[in-house]
Write a protein that binds this ligand. Structure first.
Ligand code: SF4
Length: 335
């Protein structure tokens, strides 16, 4: 298999909090190949958006490496970073706050091209064509952001992200603010554009119900650490970590194999003061002696699927591909 388009090793991000330090992302390893979608899931406060910010070079990387598109991405600085930024673009949760309210949307979409030196006429024509492609035609392109619906603004954000022909697009809760029918429309559009333009996505979401539709691979994040990762079907059908099992159980009837439903209880702890040992132990329904003291290692449960839990034994078998996805996930994905 070819080298990943994106590879992080030991990616670590720290924030200063008063006199102390908060480790928002803690030694995260990710691999993402061209044309794939990696979903990063977890509760609010798990560090998902900080990973997005670190990949986009909006916050400093405290430790670790980021290789992207053949570049030592984390080491790029100044003019070199500005020159290469177009390769990785971003679709935010709330496009309204990321668009200049004084600009018509076609101007907003054309702006990255104008900054890169494209002539005004060419930038305008390409922006119009891109807006056509995402479903905003004619007079809609002349509107200001506040004159568009939430779904239309997300389409503008997608057009603005794609106008620079990126290799990788980071979608950070890009459909979370929309109602279910609009979510389906925007997810469909993203899926179509991925195939059409050979795009690669990092899809950050707290909504597991979207995964069967959008994700090839899944990384489950808890307090800044990846606690489980693997092919989306394996993780959804055969979740190994109690946290992943709990997240899946929060969907009615979603627990695979008919096992007991164990929704995640309690609140995610303060990342500035994470629990010792396994960080999930205060909320884990199956914690054992040693969990509060000893941090679990990442254990491979199949060649591409791994999780970090003391209860896991390494194994070579993969999840049975004949096992269907949980019905509630499929219902949501089809809606
Ligand atoms: Fe639960 Fe212990 Fe596994 Fe952590 S290591 S998930 S506390 S059983």
């Amino acid at each position: 298999m070819s080298a990943p388009l994106l590879r992080t090793r030991g990616l670590t991000v720290d924030y200063r909090v008063g006199r102390g330090r908060l480790r928002a992302v803690d030694h995260v390893d990710l691999d993402l190949h061209q044309g794939e979608t990696l979903a990063v899931i977890g509760e609010s406060g798990s560090g998902k958006s900080t990973i997005a910010s670190a990949l986009l070079r909006l916050v400093p990387v405290a430790a670790g490496s980021v290789e992207f598109d053949g570049l030592d991405w984390a080491s790029l600085r100044g003019a070199a970073l500005r020159r290469e930024r177009h390769r990785m673009q971003f679709v935010p949760q709330d496009a309204g706050s990321s668009l200049d309210p004084r600009w018509r949307v076609r101007e907003s979409v054309a702006e990255p091209l104008a900054v890169a030196g494209t002539s005004a006429r060419q930038a305008r024509d390409r922006a119009a064509a891109m807006l056509d492609r995402v479903g905003l035609e004619g007079p809609l392109q002349e509107r200001f952001p506040h004159q568009l619906s939430g779904g239309q603004r997300q389409r503008v954000a997608i057009a603005r992200a794609l106008i620079s022909k990126p290799r990788l697009v980071i979608c950070d809760e890009a459909v979370s603010a929309l109602d279910v029918s609009l979510q389906a429309e925007i997810v469909n559009l993203l899926v179509e554009l991925r195939a059409e333009r050979d795009l690669t996505y990092v899809f950050i979401t707290h909504d597991i119900a979207l995964l069967p539709y959008v994700a090839d691979r899944v990384a489950v994040l808890y307090l800044g650490q990846v606690v489980e990762s693997g092919p989306a079907r394996d993780v959804l059908v055969d979740p190994q970590h109690p946290y992943t099992q709990g997240l899946l159980s929060s969907l009615p009837g979603a627990h695979p194999g008919g096992g007991a439903e164990r929704p995640v209880r309690g609140e995610i702890p303060d990342p500035a003061n994470p629990p010792t040992g396994c960080r999930f132990h205060p909320r884990c329904p199956v914690a054992v002696d040693g969990c509060p003291q000893v941090e679990p290692a990442v254990v491979p449960v199949s060649p591409a699927h791994s999780a970090a839990c003391h209860l896991l034994e390494p194994r070579s078998a993969t999840a049975d591909p004949a096992v269907p996805l949980p019905s509630s996930l499929l219902r949501k994905a089809r809606s």
